[in-house]
Write a protein that binds this ligand. Structure first.
Ligand code: GLU
Length: 380
């Protein structure tokens, strides 16, 4: 079962976990935060929670808001230093507001500020995934932004569209909703009266990219249609649906899910969504730092979808640290899987051959549930 229509975004069975990204122009107006608008959106997020969906918010607006408060020109985007200072001022106010307004619905907000490296670096990706999962399990609503005040040019996403897609991957979400100031992707410049809204996009082709060139730009955020398509590409590869919807209209989530106004970028065909999401990440980014040799029992368990436990490992090779990608192979040298190690090589060496119940004593601290968790593993 996967998402094939806009209404599926409100279906907890098809979309148990939804990322909603809110652009700067929606959050910040001429006099500061657009409180009434945010309040209404939070009402819709609370309704999604009532339906049984996990919700993650990716909130822009820190730079725009901070720039207003500090009186910086060009919306705080004149220089990196301006953007960083503006974000520091805007972020604290915005997160306070999210916490207050979510709190009014009995929801606990949790702030995460991420840089690009937090999601590209394997160890940090694991940590971000673990934190997000724990927060959602505990019932909180993560409110995420880029850590603009410390992210330098080289380690910046620069736009929250791609950040939202990567967060969705990290959190194992089913869909990302990008709330913007347009209804979705048009087949030509939306100012052209003949322009038509595309309800569904199957794959980001050169033709689709050409359509985005005529897209709108509010000037407040750094997004525009180009970064939305880049986000859609990340999502598509990861098996996650991405939707562009118009946040300037009343009840923007319902407008997408009930009235069907928006553009749905379908996840790529084939395979289970979760497996594909991991494959997209593991496949695209890994350099293997070592190998774990496993016995026949462990090889069989891996093939049936289990995590790799220390007991079934007979040897290890290479110098790797927690979060690095390693190959898992059998004694004959046949590669079985790639995965991310939960431990450094030295820690692994102490644990292999031992049952999980012995790990705490061997390590002297609380062990992880596996050497390579099945969520961080891809069979070859
Ligand atoms: N992280 C930026 C902010 O909070 C927004 C990035 C974007 O415009 O997408 O202001």
């Amino acid at each position: 079962m996967k998402i094939t229509s806009l209404s599926d975004l409100a279906n907890p069975a098809l979309c148990p976990r939804l990322v909603v990204k809110v652009g700067s122009a929606l959050l910040v107006g001429i006099d500061g935060p657009r409180r009434a608008w945010i309040e209404a959106l939070v009402g819709e997020l609370a309704a999604a929670r009532q339906r049984g969906q996990d919700v993650i918010v990716v909130s822009s607006g820190a730079i725009a808001l901070g720039a207003r408060r500090l009186g910086l020109e060009k919306g705080g985007r004149g220089s990196l230093a301006d953007a960083q200072a503006a974000a520091a001022v805007g972020q604290i106010a915005l997160s306070g507001l999210w916490a207050e307004l979510l709190g009014a619905h009995g929801l606990t907000a949790a702030q995460l500020l991420l840089t690009l490296d937090d999601l590209e670096d394997r160890r940090r990706y694991l940590n971000a995934t673990a934190t997000l999962t724990r927060l959602l399990d505990a019932g909180a609503v993560p409110v995420i932004n880029e850590n603009d005040s410390v992210a330098t040019q080289e380690i910046r996403f620069g736009d929250n569209d791609r950040l939202a897609a990567r967060v969705a991957q990290a959190a194992g979400a089913s869909a990302v909703l990008l709330l913007s100031d347009v209804d979705g992707l048009y087949d030509r410049n939306p100012a052209d009266p003949a322009a038509k809204l595309l309800p569904t996009v199957h794959g980001i082709t050169p033709e689709i990219r050409a359509m985005a060139d005529g897209g709108s730009h509010s000037g407040l955020g750094s997004g525009g249609m180009t970064s939305k398509l880049q986000a859609a590409e990340i999502a598509e590869r990861a098996g996650i649906a991405l939707v562009i919807g118009n946040g300037t209209k009343d009840s923007p989530i319902a407008r997408v899910t009930q009235q069907g106004i928006g553009t749905l970028f379908l996840p790529r065909e084939g395979g289970r969504r979760k497996a594909r999401a991991r494959q997209a990440w593991l496949g695209g980014r890994l350099r293997l730092k070592g190998a774990l040799v496993v016995d026949a029992g462990a090889a069989q368990a891996l093939r049936s979808g289990a995590s790799l436990l220390a007991k079934g490992i007979t040897a290890l090779e290479g110098e790797f640290v927690r979060g690095d990608a390693v190959m898992i192979r059998d004694a004959a040298g046949t590669a079985l899987a790639n995965g991310l190690s939960e431990y450094d090589a030295a820690e692994c060496a102490r644990l292999i051959g031992h049952h999980t119940s012995e790990h705490a004593a061997l390590l002297g601290y609380a062990p992880r549930s596996a050497i390579v968790h099945r969520d961080q593993l891809v069979l070859l």
